[in-house]
Design a protein around this ligand. Structure first.
Ligand code: NCD
Length: 304
């Protein structure tokens, strides 16, 4: 049995294969519509979600399977004091595969040690979000035609943004990658990622507070929301929340083939007038999230 806790649980070859399967699903949807007949996916979400939970459910439904689960901790026995391990062991009796989101870093890992079916980390606190990363990689592949030789700018909350952490861990394993980290001083990328991922893999990176200054260099601009729920006080959030607001004017000196990604939800960091720019990929990215999760479910359930 295989779980997905961290994007580095997958070899680069396995990621490339998932991307290829997702592209085949897009090209030949009918071929896949009964692949998971009689299989059940449980979504255990202890934290809010729109895209991640619904895309997992849509993915399983499109594979001919069924879904069950809960979308908030308050409607589960967690409020009675049940441990994540006991919940996972219980749900293993009902489902063939589990996607779990939790506000505590490491909770899905604890669940995976108690479960008897594969567990997918659907976001654990400010730590990791590997299936968003698979979504991002499929999007980059489809938009740019490659996953190497790219300059990627990450902008916004690089401290608490788990999607940033996982995508950096993934991109660091491709060749010709340059990383530009754009954030306020208080929301810089955690030191462990700089040391254990960027430095360890010899990835060239630059830290700056100035988005406009680096805009012309970027092939990908990965915008993120300031993660309000991870702040210790509201004043800091209010001071930092509008640090970066992408507008058409700010894109004037950007490359004509820039790809703008955002895991969503967006708050203020991309003005809605950017949405009609062909370089805005974030709603195409949403759709890719369903296809790559279909590919992942097939892999973890070992469906041919
Ligand atoms: C992200 C998350 O939950 O980390 N959302 C998502 O899954 N698409 C990003 C965010 O909440 O800002």
């Amino acid at each position: 049995m295989k779980n997905l806790m961290n994007i580095t649980d997958l070899a680069v070859e396995e990621i490339d294969e998932l991307v290829a399967v997702a592209e085949d699903i897009i090209a030949n949807p009918v071929k896949y519509r009964d692949k998971c007949r009689y299989k059940k996916l449980a979504t255990l979400f202890f934290e809010p979600s729109t895209r991640t939970r619904l895309s997992f459910e849509a993915a399983m439904l499109e594979l001919g399977g069924s879904v069950l689960g809960f979308s908030e901790a308050n409607s589960s026995s967690a409020v009675k004091g049940e441990s994540v391990a006991d919940t996972a062991r219980t749900v293993s009796c009902y489902a063939d595969i589990i996607a779990m989101r939790h506000p505590k870093e490491g909770a899905p890992l604890v669940a995976s040690m108690a479960a008897s079916v594969p567990i997918i980390n659907a976001g654990d606190g400010g730590h990791n979000h590997p299936t968003q990363t698979l979504t991002d990689l499929l999007t980059i592949k489809r938009e740019k035609g490659r996953l190497n030789n790219l300059t990627i700018g990450f902008c916004g909350d690089l401290k608490f943004g788990r999607t940033v952490h996982s995508l950096i861990e993934a991109m660091a394993r491709y060749t010709g990658i340059r990383v530009v980290l754009i954030s306020p001083d208080e929301l810089k990328l955690p030191g462990y990622l700089k040391k254990e991922t960027l430095d360890a893999k010899g990835i060239e990176y630059l830290e700056t507070t100035d988005l406009s200054a680096v805009m012309p260099e970027l092939d990908i601009l990965y915008m993120t929301r300031v993660q309000r729920e991870r702040f210790f006080n509201e004043e800091d959030y209010l001071r930092l929340k509008d640090s970066y607001i992408l507008t058409p004017a700010k894109l004037e000196n950007a490359k004509s083939d820039l790809a703008i990604l955002h895991p969503l939800p967006r708050v203020n960091e991309i003005h809605t007038s950017v949405d009609s720019d062909p370089r805005a990929c974030y709603f195409r990215q949403v759709l890719n999230g369903k296809f790559i999760r279909m590919a992942l479910i097939l892999k973890l359930l070992e469906v041919e």
